[in-house]
Design a protein around this ligand. Structure first.
Ligand SMILES: Cc1cc2nc3c(=O)[nH]c(=O)nc-3n(C[C@H](O)[C@H](O)[C@H](O)COP(=O)(O)OP(=O)(O)OC[C@H]3O[C@@H](n4cnc5c(N)ncnc54)[C@H](O)[C@@H]3O)c2cc1C
Length: 364
């Protein structure tokens, strides 16, 4: 008999939430991560519309409450009243780890998984770089953009496209609870953001969908920091750049194969246009956990497919629309006039609640 019912590869956003849900249902879970320290990240803050209580977090994860986002194109500026947060990523993950039911969840660090073994119609183990095998009834790839098993199974394209972002923690001269989003020619095929923190600090970032620009990302962020409207808002006082990449594949909708499934960036579950990863990936992990519980209870791997159905019902139309919006932004964002017109049509003339929906990635 296997010691574990579920092996999860990756103890990030998706893997930890899934382990929490499964552990709470008394399922034996092994979670493996190549990192030695789960609280070391390439970036440390998140903008999110998440309902922190609903997902079981405390106010401690909030780096700053956001009550307005101002969006800027070359000649148009629109403020949207919101209920959002800048989150402290480290604290979110600390609380997730602390919430794991350690009677049922084991974590092994420094384990770099490289392959999955299939015998007949079922997957039987995952294998690490040293050749060690980890057995279970169900396997999950939650390895983020590495998508180590998702790529092997063929869910995630082998050379998937990534959007990359870079950020600085800077002095902030703006309103304490106001975030800023910038789009247009100055942001060269992408967009810029400022998320407020406490104590007059903020995160300023620049991200692009244009892979040809990734090399010059830092130089671009420096140019952006010199723009007059940005200079009024932030002052760079250190050289510590943070950042990372998110997948920008076409919208994926296949996440389950036999007794194997994927959650999170390994199957591109971050919203394609607004980058809301945490809230939507947590929801996806909860869908996955429900299907896994049913599958284990009834000893029927076909019940894992319920996860795909739940995900599609909740996200598919939304993500397809977001993907189109992402492509439109990419194709027009080097043209200030088109972006100004889009801002007038889509932000200025619409009621606040519709703009909130768009910004939170919740298309109707
Ligand atoms: C610069 C940047 C800014 C972002 N801003 C926001 C934001 O403001 N708001 C928001 O909601 N989202 C944001 N996101 C998106 C969000 O961070 C991701 O969508 C989310 O973290 C993905 O979660 P995940 O669990 O799929 O992957 P991750 O959280 O990356 O976890 C993957 C885990 O798998 C491990 N792993 C990888 N390969 C292996 C392997 N071979 N063997 C074992 N372990 C492995 C990794 O070490 C890691 O711990 C941002 C992303 C980036 C890059």
């Amino acid at each position: 008999m296997q010691k574990y019912e579920v092996v999860i590869v990756g103890a990030g956003t998706a893997g930890l939430m899934l382990a929490r849900e499964l552990g709470n249902q008394n399922h034996k879970v092994l979670i493996l991560d190549r990192k030695k320290n789960l609280l070391e990240f390439s970036f440390n803050t998140l903008g999110s519309f998440i309902d922190i209580e609903k997902f079981g977090f405390t106010e401690n994860v909030v780096a700053q409450k956001i009550d307005a986002i101002t969006i800027y194109s070359k000649h148009v500026k629109e403020s949207v009243k919101i209920n959002g947060y800048t989150l402290d990523k480290r604290k979110v993950h600390e609380e997730l780890i602390a919430s794991l039911n350690m009677d049922f969840v084991d974590i092994k660090l420094g384990i770099h998984i490289k392959d999955i073994v299939k015998v007949d119609d079922l997957f039987t183990s995952v294998i690490d770089k040293e050749g060690n095998e980890y057995n279970a009834k169900i396997f999950v790839d939650a390895s983020g953009t590495a998508a180590v098993l998702s790529k092997k199974i063929g869910f995630m394209p082998k050379n998937s496209k990534l959007a990359t972002g870079i950020e600085y923690n800077v002095q902030y001269l703006g309103n304490d609870n106001e975030a800023h989003l910038m789009i247009g020619k100055d942001y060269k095929g992408g967009y810029g953001w400022i998320f407020p923190l406490k104590n007059k600090r903020a995160i300023i970032g620049f991200g692009t969908f244009d892979e040809s620009m990734v090399k010059g990302l830092k130089a671009n962020l420096h140019t952006i920091l010199e723009l007059p409207n940005i200079k009024k808002l932030v002052l760079k006082d250190n050289d510590k750049a943070e950042g990372g990449s998110i997948p920008i594949t076409p919208v994926l909708e296949k996440f389950v194969s036999h007794n194997f499934l994927c959650v999170g960036d390994s199957v591109s579950q971050v919203n394609p246009v607004v980058g809301e990863g945490y809230k939507f990936i947590f929801e996806s992990a909860i869908f996955a956990s429900k299907a896994i519980c049913q599958s284990l209870k009834n000893e029927d791997v076909n019940l894992l497919l319920q996860y795909e159905s739940d995900w599609k019902k909740r996200f598919l139309n939304n993500y397809k629309r977001s993907k189109k919006a992402q492509e439109r932004i990419f194709s027009t964002s080097k043209n200030d006039i088109l972006i100004d017109i889009a801002m007038l049509l889509f932000m200025k003339l619409r009621p606040n609640y519709k703009n909130v929906k768009t910004l939170s990635g919740e298309y109707e």
